[in-house]
Write a protein that binds this ligand. Structure first.
Ligand SMILES: [Zn+2]
Ligand SMILES: [Zn+2]
Length: 409
């Protein structure tokens, strides 16, 4: 009788053998299938990317001919026109504008129809912007396509007497750039080299666009010789006045905001003012400001951020002995003020009148925005398309409670 155990073993072995081959086959087939699928998948993705690239490229090519841009033709006359898309020459960048912010200077230009130093119509205008790089000219480094950048409105020469002394804001040959209210803007080589900054990923473009006005405010504040816990009066509740209030409060100063309108009261409070005086009477606001200081002695620093002679004079009257006044608001050409020379001399008052910004201050301003301490969102109170620009400025002229409107072209 054959041994059933012996007979059983080959069978088991056979079965195992067959089983092993089958698993091996299946694994092999499986592997091939996966490989094929991966391959097909890869090709498809590659194709999609390629098609995407071509589409973007052709979109750019199509756009190359013209773009929509705001052209200032004169007083309160903005027209949205098809103009040639700028191309990057050596050292230049073309930026797709992501957000362009309205500004007091632009409002002045809109009202007057020109700007002595910056704009002679017909001209593109707007100068507070952030966006993404779409083209770089020969020799540009550090700004690949799609970089998110804030390009400042000016850059100093770096060669003149003032630049060499670190007073680049006073550069004899300050180069200005305008044209932010448009789909694309050309950034001149000097601004690319000196005043174009990469925006950290977590900072929205419209917040980064605040770099320019904030740089002016930071510059004006630092120029006023501040110490922590100083009492600082800020006259004026416009965009720059409110920025000054916020910068001073963030630096640990006690801020008295002197404003005219209800909307400004709320904004000043939110941005850190310890006291808010709402008054249209200069004498009254001087009295009330002094009353907030020990023995009515006056504030350590008074910053004028309106740009009218009455406010310049008011600032001098509310500061303490040995204090500092900063005439931060620029008045119309040909304006004169009356100041009490005795008061200035015997009270040893320092008078400053800070203008514009320097490359170093611009970097500080963007750092402050990126820090999250600065409430960038509070300054942008509206959004509008390029086509609404006239209406936006008309609204700003009518003293609405808007601070800044982000134009999204
Ligand atoms: Zn501005
Ligand atoms: Zn210079």
């Amino acid at each position: 009788m054959p041994n059933p155990v012996k007979r059983g073993r080959p069978t088991v072995e056979d079965v195992l053998q067959v089983g092993r081959s089958t698993v091996g086959d299946v694994l092999q087939i499986g592997r091939n299938t996966v490989e094929e699928v991966l391959h097909v998948g890869r090709s498809t993705v590659e194709e999609v990317i390629q098609v995407g690239r071509n589409t973007v490229e052709s979109a750019r090519q199509l756009r190359q001919a013209t773009m929509q841009a705001a052209v200032l033709h004169g007083r309160q006359d903005i027209r949205i026109e098809d103009v040639p898309v700028p191309r990057a020459e050596a050292g230049e960048l073309i930026v797709r504008v992501g957000a362009a912010l309205t500004c007091g200077t632009d409002l002045k230009v809109f009202r007057r129809g020109y700007h002595a130093r910056m704009i002679v119509p017909p001209a593109l205008f707007g100068h507070e912007l952030a966006g993404t790089v779409v083209e770089a000219g020969a020799g540009v480094e550090g700004f690949p396509n799609d970089s998110r950048v804030v390009a400042l409105n000016s850059a100093p020469c770096g060669q003149c007497y003032f630049c060499k002394r670190g007073q680049e804001n006073l550069c004899d040959d300050l180069l200005f750039n305008n044209g932010a209210y448009a789909e694309f803007i050309r950034i001149p080589a000097r601004i690319v080299a000196k005043n174009t900054l990469i925006i950290p990923d977590h900072v929205p473009l419209e917040h980064a666009a605040l770099t320019e006005p904030l740089a002016c405010a930071v510059h004006g504040f630092l120029d006023s010789n501040p110490h922590p816990e100083d009492t600082v009066a800020v006259i004026g509740g416009g965009p720059l006045g409110l920025m000054m209030v916020h910068v001073a409060a963030l630096s640990g100063c006690k801020v008295i905001a002197i404003v005219k309108r209800d909307g400004q009261v709320e904004a000043a409070r939110q941005l850190g003012a310890a006291h808010i005086i709402k008054s249209s009477s200069i004498q009254k606001s001087i009295r009330e400001t002094r009353a907030l200081t020990p023995n009515n002695r006056g504030v350590d620093i008074a910053i004028e951020a309106v740009g009218v002679p009455e406010a310049w004079e008011e600032a001098v009257e509310m500061v303490r002995k040995g204090g500092t006044v900063n005439f931060f608001g620029g008045c119309a050409v040909g304006t004169h003020v009356k100041l009490d020379t005795n008061r200035i001399h015997y009270s040893d008052i320092t008078l400053r009148a800070t203008f514009h910004h320097t490359p170093a201050i611009c970097r500080k301003a963007l750092d402050l925005i990126a820090s999250g301490r600065f409430q960038a969102g509070a300054f942008i109170t509206g959004h509008a398309h390029l086509y609404e620009l006239n209406r936006v400025f008309e609204k700003l002229m009518n003293r609405s409670s808007e601070i800044k409107t982000a134009i999204v072209p």
